[in-house]
Design a protein around this ligand. Sequence first.
Ligand code: SER
Length: 581
Amino acid sequence: MTSNEIRQKFLKFFADRGHKIIPSASLVPENDPSVLFNTAGMQPLVPYLLGQKHPMGTRLADVQKCVRTGDIDEVGDNRHCTFFEMLGNWSLGDYFKEEAIKWSFEFLTSEEEGLGLDINRIYVTVFEGNNDAPRDIEAAEIWKKYIPENRIFFMPAKNNWWSAGESGPCGPDTEIFYDSNEVLIGDINHNEFVKADDEGRIIEVWNNVFMQYEKKDGQVVGKLAKHNVDTGLGFERIVMVKQNGKTVFDTDLFEGLILKIRELSKIKDEKIERIIADHIRTSIFMIGDGVIPGNTGRGYILRRLLRRAVRFSDKIKIEGNSFSFLIDIIIDKYKDAYIELEKNKEIIKNEIKKEADKFHLTLANGLKEFEKGVDPFDLYQSFGFPIELTEEIAKEKGIHINRQDFDNKLKEHQDLSRTSSAGMFKGGLAGHSEQIVKLHTAHHLLLAGLQAIVSPNIKQRGSNITEERLRMDFMCDHKLTDEENQKVEKWVNDRIKENLNVIRREMPLAEAEKLGAQMEFGAKYPDIVSVYFVEDKEGNILSKEFCGGPHVENTGQLGHFKIQKEEASSAGVRRIKAILE
Ligand code: SER
């Protein structure tokens, strides 16, 4: 079955069940300037999931274009892409769990109307329950009609609760996994299942979210007036499963493209071929939706992808102008499903060529400067080297780049709000002397310490850092005892003594939330966020917070941490002032 057939089959299956087919929205969200790209099928439908009437009715199905660049370093493995399509069926206050589960199962397994996949390789997870919502016995009972009970696993909110952000529709979900490699056949227990998932040996293909709740400022505040269903079936993944590919690149979506890249290049490198294929495909879709390369926001993400593609194609010695052939192949593959590509073909080719030429011109000079040890910020300013690219080149050459210094300089030169729209610095520190940067990292450790010692439920409510001290407001139902204060202080000092690395990663908001990264209560975040991690020597995450930085690179740089005062701030909110000596 070809990928085009799978798309059509999905839409027909749901059209036959009373769904109206709606076109994919643009990758660029229409009414939400704070978000760079649609990262999930549900994003364009949020107003309707919250209760607004949709002109096409209460049952919809679509194929939505999505972009997520937070995983960019993982592109080239078996399943990560920066652009992907999500097949979705939607109930806006219409059907609920019974039909949603039944239809997912039927579409996957029916020979005639669906994909005819093997029932014995399907595994599902359902929500185990918490304070926000009960254990989803109902979903599990429905699943039992279709698959044996020992292939249904209850999972916590971390896995089986879906929301797009801090505020909006949300709910428990049931995720459907397929064991394409038959690694699990037979009786497996919960732990074996989790392990197979973690190791990517089985693959999540479809998520059914029962959107019945509403979140405001990070808290579930109650039920929506109507229950909804939001489903997302990962297109590249399901094509891979259906076509028995080992990776998403072994599908008809990519095969012709990869072969062409191989033909045009002089060096064979499978991972680089995949990266180029992925990045060119994403760039084509972005330009097709009106994005052009630039230094901020969406344009910056596009520029970064294109420049990365150019650099990798140089590595495997693809001739200068060959992207044009690749663009033809991609547009040909997608032109029926996305007419905007054919329509904008010349613009797409032109923009990509312009950017590749521009980059080639500067690349040689920039690399020379780089070898001379020039400052990454100058490379960025004078040669248009995205810092991520400089970091990649530096890593290959074993050179250390001071990211903090770059971030500081960039902030001095750019208007903060523009860079935050680029998703690079959310809520960064306004002033950032060395001492402030240190106190900032201590602030993260303090929150982690409070959660480790006093209660895992502690949430930050506010913060303020000056040259002299940090101040943190946090929600807590009691005055800390002297013993708690001392233990928290010791916890932070122990982490300082352990010399732990402070690592920054950029990722889509939804992924950061799934990871459970700490957010400040009530704060708003962009589509692509940066998260700072502190890990212990065993690699366990001690602290993960949404943050613009800057931070020190290692906790060993902080000195001695001391809590000066713990007092009430307002009802249910405590305040700590602390210093570094
Ligand atoms: N919103 C859910 C997801 O993106 C299902 O579509 O996974």
